[in-house]
Ligand binder design. Structure first.
Ligand code: DX5
Ligand code: ZN
Length: 216
């Protein structure tokens, strides 16, 4: 089993009126990365935040920003998201005609590229990009909203990515996102995931330290 074991709280579920305090609280509670969900109302049915807020998050944080772009034509905004402090930028394979170009751009600008699949996306659509990324994100809910139920059938994809990484890149981050909590984290880890995004399981828990500990 991988010795990487990281927890990335998804700020989507935090109290945005107290963003800096929320960030500090999860950092103090043991968070490894901050997961930042960017939605444009086109690629997914929800709107969240843009580069100015990411810049504020960067100022308030000490740990890496794991930025998950759920936007169409991400290449248009990559430079700006990197400029405001995104350490990792992950794009959806369906969001651009030039996935390869977008991933290359992320790396050239100095951030770590990631690729992600929605529950309906097949492995055949993403496999060719694995060698270009540092992280593969397997969505375990349909992207757009926090607080949805975990989809265990996605574990087959996690197992496949894990097998690929054992052969080709043992440092690959295999991240799961959506409905991850103390009950569902175990099957994710068994399947080979090593980065666990959690929104509601942390921010609605009442005890961030306990919640993060139970995910580890
Ligand atoms: C959903 C987002 C997730 C979301 C996870 O589209 O990508 O990061 O915030 O929230 P929970 O953990 O509550 O399912
Ligand atoms: Zn996310």
């Amino acid at each position: 089993m991988s010795d990487i074991n990281l927890v990335a709280p998804s700020l989507l579920s935090c109290d945005f009126a107290h963003l800096a305090e929320e960030i500090k609280a999860v950092e103090d509670a043991g968070a490894d990365w901050l997961h930042v969900d960017i939605m444009d109302g086109h690629f997914v049915d929800n709107l969240t935040i843009g580069p100015p807020v990411v810049a504020s998050i960067k100022k308030a944080s000490k740990i890496p920003l794991d930025v998950h772009l759920m936007i169409e034509n991400p290449e248009k905004y990559i430079a700006e998201f990197v400029k405001v402090g995104s350490d990792r930028v992950t794009i959806h394979v369906e969001s651009t005609k030039d996935v390869r170009g977008a991933l290359k751009k992320i790396r050239e600008l100095g951030a770590k590229p990631g690729i992600t699949l929605r529950p309906k996306t097949s492995l055949d659509e993403v496999q060719e990009f694995f060698s270009l990324v540092d992280l593969v994100l397997i969505m375990t809910v349909n992207p757009g909203f926090g607080g949805q139920s975990f989809m265990p059938e996605q574990m087959e994809k996690v197992r496949h990515v894990k097998a690929w990484s054992q052969k080709n890149n043992s440092k690959l981050f295999i991240e799961v996102d959506g409905g991850v909590n103390s009950k569902t984290v175990g099957v994710c880890r068994e399947a080979g995931a090593n980065v666990f995004v959690a929104g509601n399981a942390i921010f609605k828990s009442g005890n961030y330290q306990q919640a993060i500990k139970s995910l580890k």
